[in-house]
Write a protein that binds this ligand. Structure first.
Ligand code: ATP
Ligand code: MG
Length: 427
């Protein structure tokens, strides 16, 4: 037992000594049975939230309406939830209402998959009424009880099903898969935020290629809320990817860091930067990530249009900054075809040179961004005795390009002199 489990056992014993039942449930139990060390321990107890709060000196009322109290013990925190069942499901989302119950088995019955419906007591005894352990051993993912009912209660479970099957290398049991395909249209009731979170974990998880295949085969993504056209991304990837040889990483899995796989999916589906950004935002990706991914597409577009030469590369650096270029290089190295590097023979050669030298070309630039330019907007305005306006940025961008390509030294006087040739355009 490690420190975390000792602290957890103390919490469980405290509840037991006060006359309640208490167990560890859910993901932690599952991962422990697989020999994986989890970080988060969730607990379930017969005690009511107020009884839990009275027993421990440090608690936080995390989700009282769901029966959840966070118990703080040293540097560890545990989510302790009163045994409950979800009596009503509204609009194919859970839960409409929770009802506290006294029986652990009743609590386990409302969970999604057998492997997630196991519990473990303070003495590490497994409580497994739904056969989760047998399923784990057989590498089978199966709904608790009636799969039709589980997916109708909460349509998000269908995406969780795909994620768990892919990330844990499980076969989905026949009845669960049949039910999933039957109820796939219910996904339309689920908030995009939650859809995004599951997809993100699938795409960025350990076996995204399997995830893509399952998503494609399920037809789930035809039914994202508001008709968001996500399915084509996954269809293209599923069709483009040859099955990986055993023991070899798949086409998406090879791409690291994992967020670049979103750029890869969009590229494989032929999406442009202008199409990608609103799509990612509509899927509720945070602005930072939507921007980072779509900038990689912007870089790719430019390079493909201009044949992967050094000039296009440097211009992309000035326009997008270094990060998306590094992203593009990582993607192009792992999946040259997605990055457009396998078209014509001449492109192929330029592409190879670019992927080999792109980073050093960036390092060798005399200046790569406006903040490094030896002339500021303020200085330019003063020298020309004019108020700032759109012209300032235009002139600075031209000067930056000149300095980056070495047409002018990156020095104040030289840049001011060079600026004269752009003065007319700004009048
Ligand atoms: P991970 O945290 O690695 O995604 P997890 O199993 O811990 O896996 P959580 O979302 O943290 O997943 O949920 C904890 C437990 O709550 C699950 O193991 C499962 O028993 C139950 N659970 C979570 N979401 C659902 C759901 N949509 N329907 C039914 N039970 C659920
Ligand atoms: Mg969890």
């Amino acid at each position: 037992k490690n420190e975390l489990e000792h602290a957890a056992a103390d919490v469980l014993y405290t509840l037991e000594q006060a006359g309640y039942e208490a167990v560890i449930v859910g993901g932690y139990v599952r991962d422990r049975m697989l020999g994986r060390a989890g970080q988060d321990i969730d607990m379930a107890t017969s005690a009511l939230p107020e009884q839990v709060m009275r027993l421990f000196p440090r608690t936080a009322p995390t989700g009282l309406q769901h029966g959840t109290v966070t118990v703080i013990s040293g540097s560890f925190t545990f989510e302790v939830t009163t045994y409950r069942k979800e009596s009503e499901y509204e609009e194919y989302r859970r839960p409409g209402k929770v009802e506290f119950v006294s029986d652990l088995h009743e609590d386990l019955r409302r969970r999604d998959f057998t492997m997630n419906a196991m519990a473990m007591d303070a003495r590490a005894k497994l409580i497994d009424p739904w056969g989760g352990m047998d399923d784990l051993k057989a590498k089978v993912l199966r709904c608790v009880g009636d799969a039709d009912a589980r997916f109708q209660e909460d349509a998000l479970r269908m995406l969780r099903c795909v994620r768990f099957a892919a990330s844990y290398a499980l076969e989905i049991s026949a009845d669960t898969w049949t039910a999933l395909r039957k109820h796939r249209a219910l996904l339309t009731h689920i908030a995009r935020e939650r859809v995004r979170a599951e997809l993100d974990r699938t795409v960025e998880g350990p076996d995204p290629d399997r995830g893509v295949d399952l998503l494609q085969a399920s037809g789930l993504l035809q039914h994202v809320k508001g008709g968001l056209p996500l399915a084509p991304l996954f269809t293209a990837a599923a069709e483009a990817a040859p099955p990986a040889a055993p023991g070899e990483a798949g086409r998406l899995a090879r791409v690291q860091p994992a967020w670049l796989r979103w750029a890869q999916l969009l590229l494989l589906a032929g999406r442009t930067q202008a199409e990608a950004e609103p799509l990612l935002r509509a899927l509720t990706f945070p602005n930072g990530k939507a921007g980072a991914v779509s900038k990689v597409l912007g870089v790719s577009e430019r390079l493909q249009q201009q044949g992967f030469g050094r000039g296009a590369w440097v211009q992309a650096a000035l326009r997008f900054g270094r990060e998306p270029l590094e992203g593009w290089l990582a993607l192009a190295g792992a999946d040259p075809a997605a990055a457009g590097g396998e078209r014509g023979a001449r492109e192929r050669e330029a592409f190879t040179e670019l992927t080999a030298n792109g980073l050093s070309w960036l390092d060798e630039l005399p200046v790569a961004k406006l903040s490094g330019l030896a002339l500021s907007g303020g200085e330019l305005m003063q020298a020309w005795n004019r108020r700032g306006g759109p012209w300032t940025g235009q002139v600075l961008a031209s000067l930056l390009e000149d300095a980056a390509f070495g047409r002018v030294p990156n020095e104040r006087e030289a840049l001011l002199l060079r600026a004269e040739r752009y003065r007319e355009d700004t009048m």
